[in-house]
Design a protein around this ligand. Structure first.
Ligand code: MN
Length: 353
């Protein structure tokens, strides 16, 4: 077997001798032979490919423990793992990007003068549906706060209502320009505690929460779970939340197609929720508001049975928020109404003098 010294091997695979010694200690890349007298490490030519893979994975920023897993796999399986790793990085980055935008906006808000006064026209409706014995959803709309929560477990109804109740303090709170983010975070922590009180640490009870807080010129979004927020703007429907579900993360990682996910028996399994076993932080995002914007918050009782294209058509056609929530709830029930269904619709309009 042709042996290479550590120096020659290092050059060939673009890892430093220092890194190679570390990877030896970590059991990631063992030399083919160590001279028993001098302690010099020697590598086989056949190890170059694996060493190059390690070098590239390091450049991706993959942690060493994951590299060890990937290196032990067959190429096709390794490729899947690498794709899954990157999907996780992108999901984490997206959350940080939204938070960054939030902070940048917050820090520049003082220098910006809003010329038009805007306000919300809103409506909320929650319905048991056609199959479930009780309604565990909570929907709320007020001048400042819009919220949908979808409770689960034996105390799902009190859990969703406790979460929304805790946010209602925002309706009357002072909203000083500088502290919207902190105010929101405090309110969400209050909601989380309220849900935990209801759940009593059982881990079986919890709720989703998707809410928008109106600041006078922008909307701050809080989101955890699989309820959704959509924006209808210039005739197009945009989903502005990411489902915290197991199937959504499998779609992100390329392990499942959206069609397979829609029929997946565990499609309702949540990765994050309030009251869930692992404490989880909601996504926070700031939305710029424009006159003519129409927002929709809904529980999965709507999005699970009514396709986005249909939601877009009905939401566009409804003259006012009242009509929109009624039509959308009817549509979900018309499709069988297998789950509780909640809709909140709010229009951004110029304030009447
Ligand atoms: Mn539901």
């Amino acid at each position: 077997m042709e042996m290479l010294t550590i120096g020659v091997f290092a050059k060939a695979c673009r890892l430093s001798p220092k890194a190679l010694r570390l990877y030896d200690e970590l059991d990631l890349l063992r030399p083919a032979r160590v001279d028993p007298v001098t302690g010099y490490r020697y590598y086989a030519v056949g190890q170059l490919e694996q060493a190059r893979l390690v070098a590239w994975l390091r450049r991706l920023g993959m942690p060493l423990a994951e590299i060890r897993t990937v290196c032990a796999l067959e190429p096709a399986e390794a490729a899947r793992e690498i794709r899954a790793y990157w999907a996780r990085v992108e999901a984490e980055t997206a959350v940080r990007r939204d938070l960054t935008a939030f902070l940048v906006d917050h820090l520049t808000a003082e220098s910006r003068k809003d010329t038009t006064m805007l306000e919300l026209r809103y409506s909320a409706h929650s319905d048991t549906g056609r199959v479930r014995p009780a309604n565990q959803d909570t929907a709320y709309a007020g001048a400042r706060l819009l919220a949908v929560a979808d409770g689960y477990g034996p105390a799902g109804a009190p859990a969703s209502s406790a979460a929304v109740e805790a946010l209602k303090s925002l309706e009357s709170a002072e909203l000083p320009a500088g502290s919207v983010l902190n105010l929101l975070e405090d309110a969400v922590q209050g909601a989380s505690r309220a849900v935990e009180d209801v759940a009593g640490g059982s881990g079986e009870v919890g709720t989703t929460l998707t809410a928008l807080l109106w600041t006078g010129s922008r909307l701050a979004l809080v989101h955890i779970g699989d309820s959704r927020a959509y924006l209808l703007r210039d005739g197009g429907l945009f989903r502005i939340t990411h489902d915290h579900t197991v199937v959504q993360s499998m779609i992100d990682e390329g392990r499942l197609t959206p069609e397979e996910a829609a029929a997946h028996p565990q499609r309702a399994l949540l990765l994050k929720s309030l009251g869930g076993e692992a404490p989880a932080a909601p996504d926070l995002k700031l939305q710029e508001a424009r006159p003519g914007d129409r927002y929709l918050l809904c529980s999965d009782g709507l999005s699970g049975v009514v396709p986005d294209e249909r939601i877009e058509r009905l939401l566009s056609a409804a003259p006012a928020p009242d009509d929109a929530v009624r039509t959308l709830v009817d549509e979900a029930n018309g499709a069988g109404g297998p789950d509780n269904v909640s809709c909140v619709v709010a229009d951004v309009v110029e304030a009447q003098a």
